[in-house]
Design a protein around this ligand. Structure first.
Ligand SMILES: Cc1ncc(COP(=O)(O)O)c(C=O)c1O
Length: 378
């Protein structure tokens, strides 16, 4: 099957990389870094972009800037990549895991309300797979209870809620540019924010506590070095030029694939709220309805047919060995636990295939579902 590989690169990456290579500023802020930060922040409808070398340290940086630490609780969904939660623990605070919604796979606002305590300082809302969570409701809860809202938008470059982009709702939005992400530089990350004070502090902490206008060896904050290299910025600038067209193509192919499989009742695709006006489609997520083991059977048949497919995360975040030792609080998460057993995803490169291949993918999924092992109809 002709599934495109990822990442993709062309002459533009080579040209910009060559410019960095021939400059004296491989690190220490090549002008491409600021150019990318400004363009990406504007694209996500935020004022400032503070880049860093991955989307794990950007979460840690956000918590650090906000002064979240020992004695504080931060509410997170039980389904995400581990960094969403470990960033909280590494800050010395306590992650509080809440369930996700059955249809959207995203943090359930009602469960957030139920998890509030006098120690709650913040919520990290994840836009899982690129589909925006109910960010209007999350913003309302945070406003009503005077909590800080951080968006983990690692999956959500370009995703929108009523025309407004991910990362622009909370005090800060954190993005990852790791190898598999829809905008990538091998490793990389950024915080976007429209809060001037937050931006000033984050930029300073990520650059050894330096401040604009002061000497190179003068350090005003307890900082660290999270700086992105010029090489990563060069790759990101080139990748960024392709992002809008890739989002358009993935969206069209997601529609086509779901249309071709519309009669397959055994697969329930991730739902997006009507307010979602754009989806990055980092992951195409589905649930398999069927007897125990049906998801695993689907996964192995689809994979054998040549379609890349992941059988979801093996654990809820709190079931990871690390959280058997590291303190956390868990509010019952039956839907997250069910998702470990019945959900799967196709990576976004599948949705960059041509129409013929999308039809072949649909045929492979159809034949996997109708195989005796899964079918519940007969
Ligand atoms: C939801 C989420 N948050 C954070 C991260 C961490 O990003 P990075 O791998 O760039 O450190 C990831 C990475 O996959 C992620 O999926």
């Amino acid at each position: 099957m002709n599934i495109p590989s990822w990442p993709v690169a062309g002459e533009r990456e080579a040209e910009l990389l060559r410019m960095v290579l021939e400059s004296p500023q491989w690190g220490g802020f090549h002008p491409f870094v600021a150019e990318f930060e400004q363009s990406f922040a504007a694209y996500q409808h935020a004022t400032h972009g503070i880049s860093a070398f991955n989307g794990t340290v950007t979460l840690e940086l956000a918590l650090n800037v906000l002064g979240i630490g020992p004695g504080d609780e931060v509410i997170v969904p039980a389904i995400s990549f581990v960094s969403t939660a470990t960033a909280i623990s590494r800050a010395g605070a306590t992650p509080v895991f809440v369930d996700i919604e059955q249809d959207s796979f995203n943090i359930d606002p009602e469960r957030v309300r139920g998890a509030l305590s006098p120690k709650t300082r913040a919520v990290i809302a994840v836009h899982f797979g690129g589909t925006m969570c109910n960010i209007a409701e999350m913003s309302r809860i945070c406003r009503e209870h005077n909590l800080l809202l951080i968006e983990d938008a690692a999956h959500a470059q370009g995703s929108e809620w009523n025309g407004r982009r991910a990362g622009s709702f909370g005090v800060a939005g954190s993005f990852s540019f790791q190898n598999g992400k829809v905008l990538c530089s091998g490793e990389g990350g950024i915080l976007v924010t429209s809060d001037d004070k937050f931006a000033e502090s984050a930029r300073s902490i990520a650059n050894c506590g330096r401040i604009p206008g002061a000497s190179f060896y003068e350090h005003h904050r307890l900082g660290t070095n999270f700086r992105l290299t010029g090489f990563q910025a060069a790759v990101l600038l080139a990748q960024f030029e392709r992002l809008p067209e890739q989002i358009r193509q993935r969206s069209a192919n997601a529609r086509l694939l779901k249309h071709l499989l519309r009669d397959i009742e055994e697969i329930v695709w991730q739902a997006q709220a009507p307010e979602v006006s754009q989806n990055s489609f980092y992951l195409l997520i589905g649930r398999v309805r069927g007897p125990s083991g049906a998801r695993d059977a689907l996964h192995s048949k689809v994979t054998a047919a040549g379609v890349p497919c992941t059988p979801f995360y093996p654990h809820t975040l709190f079931a990871n060995p690390v959280f058997q030792r590291v303190p956390c609080r868990v509010i019952a998460c039956p839907i997250a636990e069910q998702s470990i057993r019945d959900a799967f995803w196709l990576p976004h490169r599948v949705l960059l295939a041509n129409e013929t291949t999308i039809r072949e993918v649909a045929a492979a999924v159809r034949s996997a579902v109708t195989a005796e092992l899964i079918s519940t109809r007969c």
